[in-house]
Design a protein around this ligand. Structure first.
Ligand code: GN1
Ligand code: CA
Length: 213
């Protein structure tokens, strides 16, 4: 009897052991892992979650640290490139800008197009020094102010309305009823050197590119 009980117990134990082994095998495709199934799943979840967090953190680090400096570096590179190009092409540096004084003539619009193709624009005059700078070349030159919609509102090429002006005597006059909607430097010998003139006329021009040094 005692032997029978023992044998029964032994069989039950064996079955239990076999059952556990087979269940482990079943869920591990043959790999014999030590952990029971729910705990292993939990560990896997924690591991995957941690891994994802690391990836998100790394992505944040990259975007936060590299993006602004990358933009700065591109800006600086672009500035260096333009500076080298301007110096080689004979642009003049004065105060805080580079200037190009043309040796050929174009209409106001075509002159502006030339400047824009050089990442610049027709000169905007902000100071008396800059005004004096523009008249020293003794050439009839376009500057970056025009009567945009022919409303009488003179406007700089950056869209700001003209406040401080340097009109010559009797100008602007829309001479003989003509549409004189663009501005040239004409009276070189006086600080008030500007004249309004038809935009289609052919003139020299001055481009300006502010230098972010
Ligand atoms: C006149 O005279 P002249 O060519 O320097 C005119 C300007 C006109 C310009 C048009 C005092 O200048 O206002 O823009 O013709 N000057 C005067 O060619 O009337
Ligand atoms: Ca005029």
């Amino acid at each position: 009897m005692a032997r029978l009980v023992n044998r029964e117990l032994a069989e039950v134990n064996m079955d239990y052991v076999n059952l556990q082994e087979s269940s482990v095998r079943m869920h591990t495709n043959g790999r014999n892992l030590a952990l029971p199934d729910p705990r292993r799943r939990l560990f896997t979840l924690v591991g995957v979650g941690f891994g994802l967090l690391c990836i998100v953190q790394a992505a944040l680090n990259v975007s936060l640290r590299l993006t602004p400096s990358a933009v700065r570096r591109n800006d600086t590179d672009q500035q260096r490139f333009l500076t080298g190009k301007y110096i080689k092409q004979g642009w003049v540096y004065f105060h805080t800008s580079f200037y190009f004084i043309s040796s050929t003539k174009k209409s106001w619009q075509e002159s502006r197009k030339f400047c824009q193709e050089q990442s610049a624009d027709l000169v905007i005059i902000n100071t008396e020094e800059e005004q004096d700078f523009t008249r020293q070349f003794h050439r009839l030159t376009w500057i970056g102010v025009h009567n945009v919609s022919r409303t009488g509102q003179w406007t700089w090429v950056d869209g700001t309305p003209l406040t401080k002006s340097y009109w010559g005597p009797g100008e602007p006059n829309g001479y003989e009823g003509r549409n004189e909607n663009c501005v040239e430097i004409r009276f070189f010998d006086r600080q008030n050197s500007w004249n309004d003139i038809p935009c289609e006329d052919q003139n020299f021009w001055i481009c300006e590119k502010e230098a972010a040094l």
